[in-house]
Design a binder for this molecule. Structure first.
Ligand code: DX5
Ligand code: ZN
Length: 219
């Protein structure tokens, strides 16, 4: 099984982003995970469409935009135009999930749904046909470098079963506290894509860190 790695630039050097993005692309990362926070849905404030647009010419990786913002429907068009390939919205951040996913797909981007640790899988019912990816949060969103919440592991396995039962091809992405110690359990539970921020960009050698996480996932 091949596990895709999505380094999160939240832990990269913001004064030298293009360099850091180049490092992980050369190391074979498939996705570039871009954490967008608005200071409302989560306490932190991070990246907007201008940064996504500035990075776009520097990379061919899949730009995986994780929106941790209120009223995500207002910004889909902006992130799509900036160069997102995949836009993931939090189920908790909208009361109109179905139409939001339609809106994302209409831009030509793939559509993802993110679930906070305490959000049940039932929110996915009735929208699976519009879903290309489900992001299972294994920390409370807002900051990099937090501890992995292992109580969420059974949710990943149940999600895998649910997708198979529905013959849904959506990918499972796991985000938060992923490192060489947690990758194997997440992979075993059914993850396809592993997001890692501090474990990659906090390492002395990010390329080696990616290889080690991939290896740990396979073990
Ligand atoms: C958390 C973000 C994550 C974060 C992961 O709110 O969604 O993508 O960057 O960071 P680590 O891998 O350090 O937990
Ligand atoms: Zn994220």
């Amino acid at each position: 099984m091949h596990y895709a790695i999505a380094p999160s630039i939240l832990s990269a050097n913001f004064a030298n982003l293009a360099h850091d993005v180049g490092l992980v692309e050369k190391a074979g990362a498939e996705y570039l995970h871009i954490d967008v926070m608005d200071g409302h849905f989560v306490p932190n404030i991070t990246i907007g469409p201008a940064v996504v647009a500035a990075l776009r010419p520097h990379s061919k990786m899949i730009f995986d935009v994780h929106l941790m913002i209120e009223k995500p429907e207002k910004y889909i068009q902006d992130f799509a135009r900036a160069g997102a390939d995949l836009i993931t919205v939090h189920a908790e951040a909208t009361v109109h999930l179905h139409s939001l996913l339609q809106q994302i797909r209409a831009t030509g981007c793939r559509a993802g749904i993110a679930l906070n640790p305490s959000t049940p899988l039932e929110v996915l019912d009735y929208v699976l046909e519009l879903t290309d990816l489900v992001l299972v949060m294994t920390v409370n969103p807002g900051f990099g470098g937090q501890e992995f919440i292992s109580a969420v592991l059974p949710k990943i396995s149940r999600l895998k079963e649910k997708l198979q039962a529905a013959r849904c091809k959506a990918l499972i992405q796991v985000d938060g506290g992923i490192n060489v110690r947690t990758a194997a359990a997440v992979a075993r539970a059914g993850a396809d894509i592993l997001v890692a921020g501090s474990a990659v960009f906090g390492a002395a050698d990010p390329a080696a860190a990616i290889a080690q996480i991939r290896e740990a996932a396979r073990s």
